[in-house]
Design a protein around this ligand. Sequence first.
Ligand code: AHR
Length: 501
Amino acid sequence: MSDAVLTIRTDAPLGHISPRLYGHFAEHLGRCCYDGLWVGPGRSDIEQQNGFRSDVLRALRALPVPLLRWPGGCYADHYHWRDGIGPADQRPIRLGMSCGLQVEDDNSLGTHEFLWFCRAIGAEPYLAGNVGSGSPQELCDWVEYCNTPLGTTLGRLRVANGAPEPFGVRLWGVGNENWGCGGNYDAQSYALEYRRYATMLRHVDAQIELVACGYDDRWNAIFMETLANHLELMDHLSIHHYWTHGGPELSFNEEQYYALLAEAQETERFIQRTAEIIQAASRAAQRPRRIGVALDEWGVWHPEARDWGPGDVPRRTPPTYEQANTLRDALAAAIALEGFHRQCQVLTLANLAQIVNVLQAVVMTDGPRMWLTPTYHAFRLHAPHMGATALQVAVEHSLSLPDGSPAVSATASRSAERLTITLINRHYRHGASVRLHCPVGGEATGQLLSADDPRATNTPEQPEAVAPRALEVHADGAQGWRVELPPHSLATLQIHGAAAR
Ligand code: AHR
């Protein structure tokens, strides 16, 4: 057991941790939306509410899920929203396309169903519009259908379909990955297309927030420069970051364990670089405007679940985009969330990919069975940070990882009720005895997520193999608190009362 010392700087606030940083993503891809969320009202072997699985609904409500992006992904640029409204038996069966898959899509999960589900779990909806095979008019119509309080034909149609009040959807994406699956645009031509879409969309509803599609640094700089005279048309710039260099999903070695964690750590730098590009463009245009970074797809994408990229392992063919989710993946998610808190002034939303069954899912299903992944628990341990004020944390002393970075890291936040500290011990082999310099007094509770092996995962047979358990938090004199962390572990401490103030 090594020693670590961290100071929680209660005097150094970093900003507000928007619940939107804890968003998720549901795409019509594989078994995410169909089967994972939606089974349809006719299915009798699975308990459901309005066609959605009750077990999944309960698990997501408890997480919680403050923001949910839908319907894609690459699927969004083929999606025509009119196919998914009105009586279910009259909806067309379309070719559902994303990421090389083609399925019969009966459109039974459409706008009303999705927005009902968001309300049921307490999530804000974020709808991704179709640029690749759509038109500005089609997207304007979707906004009008969802949001107009007026008795226009589209407004009346929404009422006739069961929604007397406008849905008030604020967040709208103008396409998805338009540098690739969303039309293979170059940055300049997408910027011109975006300008046209955004102008028209703002006329329909001036309150909506628009998310433009970004990519890498070069694309983002050209896009921002092209849009320089119309930055008022933008609220967020979207980037995606998938981690792909961690080797196999289950049988990874120590080096690959660290490779994945290092990639997760890199996510923060990408957010920072994107924010710097946005700020430079807005300075150059002499139009100060708060445009946020929207990391609206992120997480680990293991080689078994893709047919491209690095990873010398057999791929599942055809890809289902389903993958194992281990304690290592949960630690990687926690590393990303730690960076999100540090970047909370510039990062305005983030969506883990994806919510059920696909990629770094928080929930898995198999017929009537449902279980929670280690990543679910990592998110759950972070829930008290949502809406709180992020605080600076200084690592005074810690064992180092092979790349020289500290093994123990933490994020902290303060709200009226409590001080919350989430610690990660990234070391593969060594535990850490951690002293936390921070206010004492009040009542401290702790929860730990760990397992003997970072390859540990949950399965339908062993759904609780990786699950939080109570962690003892010891008062450490007048200095602060002390906890013992096993290797490859994650813990959240909550200090209620005096210390929180
Ligand atoms: O999340 C899977 C896919 O990854 C999405 O459809 C696409 O946006 C990204 O390439």
